[in-house]
Design a protein around this ligand. Structure first.
Ligand code: ATP
Length: 289
């Protein structure tokens, strides 16, 4: 099977090739010149696979290296050592040519925590979507077809037609995050990296966006790398999780099992820190309702 836009081959035999393969990934941020400070070892020997149709969460406390791993995967940060493959292709080094950078963006799209700062305040919502569609559509669609596709991704995130002419400041936080997700979908990616994508939202809006993400995943066969410090959220959305501490993966496994019976001391400590006396694992089937 080939993913529509990314052209990623997914083998469907017994040992499918991962969509994303990360091996022994390391990132050192050198201390700034002339400053008496140590280099920062932000990511230290991280390995994992993300498979097709999967939501893999990366959890850990602030500063554990989650975002740095994600940024290296999408090429926003250079890799100190180790490898990143996407669809079996090496993506550990920066793409030199614009065409290659665009091709990589079609493979993996990134949704940031703060949709306000990640959206251009002067660009109307319709144009936000259209510009990403234009950038990534390989079949050179005409104006009418582009409009149709823009409407389709806005429908997919539950935004009515009237939002097309609005500016980001005229939208609520949840609506802005829907636009950010729609913009990512416009590239028809195989993987969306969601970096604390619901962290800035109220709990009820968080639930709406998590339901939306679950629906999109089921309908579009897109995979998620879901970065979060919030185990309640991770429990609702992810199939598997990896736990990071000080730049290393210290625990990993099936999300429901790991959260119901955490054995690693760090996972137990994270789990114990989840607020609220009523917190309990939420079965994913509930999302369907
Ligand atoms: N550009 C940078 N220069 C120097 N150090 C950095 C840089 N970016 C991140 N770091 C450091 O790398 C470590 C990991 O940061 P990272 O943002 O990946 O963690 P995180 O788990 O995503 O945290 P948070 O949840 O707070 O975003 C931290 O010690 C951070 O201070």
């Amino acid at each position: 099977m080939t993913h529509a836009a990314a052209g990623i081959e997914l083998r469907t035999d017994a040992a499918p090739q991962p969509l994303i393969g990360v091996r022994d990934l390391r990132k050192v941020f050198p201390a700034p010149r002339g400053v008496k400070a140590e280099d920062v070892l932000a990511v230290d020997g991280v390995s994992f696979d993300l498979h097709a149709d999967e939501c893999l969460a990366i959890v850990g406390e602030s500063g554990s290296g989650k975002t740095t791993v994600a940024r290296m995967i999408v090429g926003l940060e250079t890799v100190t050592s180790g490898t990143v493959t996407v669809g079996g292709q090496d993506r550990s080094r920066a793409a030199r040519h614009l065409r290659d950078r665009r091709a990589r963006a079609r493979e993996v799209q990134y949704v940031f925590q703060d949709p306000y700062s990640s959206l251009n305040g002067r660009q109307r919502i319709g144009d936000v979507i259209l510009s990403n569609l234009r950038l990534h559509a390989e079949d050179r669609p005409g104006r009418v077809e582009l409009q149709r596709r823009a409407q389709e991704v806005l429908d997919a995130v539950g935004l009515p037609k009237r939002f097309i002419d609005r500016l980001p400041r005229e939208l609520s936080g949840g609506q802005r995050q829907r636009v950010a997700i729609a913009r990512a979908l416009a590239a028809d990616p195989a993987v969306v990296v969601l970096d604390e994508a619901v962290a800035a939202l109220d709990v009820s809006i968080q639930a709406q966006i998590l339901n939306l993400l679950a629906d999109i995943k089921a309908e579009r066969r897109v995979s998620y790398l879901f970065i979060s410090h919030d185990l309640a959220v991770v429990n609702q959305i992810s199939d598997r999780m990896i736990v990071m501490e000080n730049g290393q993966v210290v625990d990993q496994g099936d999300t429901a099992t790991l959260l119901a019976h955490p054995t690693h001391p760090y996972t137990r400590a994270l789990r114990a820190a989840v607020p609220g006396p009523g917190w309990k694992p939420v079965r994913r089937e509930r999302l369907a309702s």
